[in-house]
Design a protein around this ligand. Structure first.
Ligand SMILES: Cc1ncc(COP(=O)(O)O)c(C=O)c1O
Length: 390
């Protein structure tokens, strides 16, 4: 049912959630692309892990339950079935397990990757050259975007896997994963969408996204901490793909304790690995609950409105913005060129404005807890440091 009010007015965003995040008492925090802000809730969850350990020793069953609670939270976030979600310790672990199950020695030995992949995806792809794979890179066009057509030129019947990150960590561009997946599927290739820079701030629905595997982690917009990730894998794919990189939590029965065979779980749990990252599970479940209470569509609408304000201000400053203006082609990350980005990040840090950089670009990340004042504070500081903007 359509609401009579704008989505933001009822949503738990901006000032309505800011009190959960102590960092805003002392800083303008615009760095969720590196690490989400710490909330009271996540702190309490991690302290709960320590308290339980103190009081009860090994809470093994509860830890396994936390692992499953995390899996269910991710399933809800992605509109997926719990059985199709692997709990991983990083994107790297999940993607390595996925790729380890691809037969890359034959005719279909190519991995196509966008130039916007995070280093770990590119490095894992190139590691497969040792198994006979060929890696093909898809470069951005003049406007910085990598359209589906550019992927089409690189994909053919030799392609086993296409890696198209949902949102570039270094430019803020969003790929049209659905269009790219259509092209890949026509050629018989699988599609991996590393969605670390999107999950929690961009609505992702695996039922319509088109990718065969979607991965991410809890450090950024999911408001947890390091050491925990996930990988959704389409059921037809995980049923057919047998990873050779594995661990006992990927076994069909982790309590069988057998060293006599390899029996991967029937579900996407076959991409899990060893003992789960218990402290990170406590933090991850709590962090995701904050995002879930707001709802990703409301976060996305909030972030886009703040992004519009930021882009307007940057335009007024005559800055060289790398991220597309079109709301459908960007997410929570806005990147802008600098003549000396180290100096600029440092100057902003001196004013307690926390941002980050990649190459020659300043990265400004917006999330549910940011408000218009954060954007205005940044813009005013950028105006004072105009000489450092390209
Ligand atoms: C797009 C993207 N993928 C992956 C990662 C991290 O991968 P991993 O979980 O393997 O450290 C990051 C950031 O750290 C990222 O921005």
């Amino acid at each position: 049912m359509a609401s009579a009010h704008p989505i933001e007015s009822a949503a738990k965003v901006g000032a309505a959630v800011r009190g959960e995040f102590p960092i805003f008492e002392t800083a303008t925090y615009l760095n969720s692309c590196s690490q989400g802000a710490l909330s009271h809730r996540v702190r309490e969850a991690v302290e709960g892990w320590l308290a339980g350990w103190d009081a009860n020793g090994a809470e093994w069953e509860f830890w396994v339950e936390r692992n499953e609670a995390f899996r269910s939270s991710i399933a809800a976030l992605l509109h997926a079935r719990t059985d199709d979600v692997a709990v991983t310790t990083s994107v790297s672990q999940g993607v390595s397990a996925l790729v380890s199950g691809l037969p890359l020695e034959g005719e279909r030995n190519r991995i196509v990757i966008s130039e916007y992949e995070f280093p770990t995806v590119g490095q894992i792809a190139h590691a497969q050259e040792l198994r006979g794979a060929e890696v093909v890179h898809v470069a951005p066009g003049e406007d910085g975007s990598i359209d589906a057509d550019r992927f089409a030129e690189a994909i053919d019947e030799r392609t086993a896997l296409v890696c198209c990150t949902t949102l570039s960590y270094r430019s803020g561009h969003r790929h049209d994963v659905t269009a790219i997946a259509e092209i890949a599927h026509e050629a018989g290739a699988l599609v991996l969408a590393d969605s670390y820079q999107a999950c929690g701030a961009v609505e992702l629905d695996v039922r319509s996204l088109g990718a065969d595997a979607v991965t991410g982690g809890t450090v950024k917009y999911l408001l947890g901490t390091a050491g925990l990730g996930f990988m959704w894998v389409r059921p037809e794919v995980h049923e057919a793909l047998v990873p050779t990189q594995t661990g006992w939590f990927a076994d069909e029965d982790i309590f069988a304790m057998s060293i006599a065979d390899y029996s991967p779980h029937a579900s996407a749990r076959r991409f899990d690995s060893g003992t789960p990252p218990v402290p990170s599970l406590y933090a991850g479940v709590a962090g995701i609950s904050l995002v879930a209470e707001t709802g990703v569509p409301a976060v996305e609408a909030h972030v886009h409105a703040l992004g519009d304000r930021l882009l307007d201000g940057l335009e007024e400053l005559g800055a060289s913005v790398v991220t597309p203006r079109d709301a459908a082609r960007r997410g929570p990350l806005v990147c802008v060129r600098s003549t000396d980005v180290g100096a600029l990040v440092g100057a902003l840090a001196g004013e307690r404005i926390v941002v980050s950089s990649r190459e020659d670009k300043l990265r400004v990340a917006l999330h549910l807890y940011n408000v218009e004042e954060d954007v205005d504070t940044l813009l005013a500081a950028l105006a004072r440091n105009r000489a450092l903007l390209a």
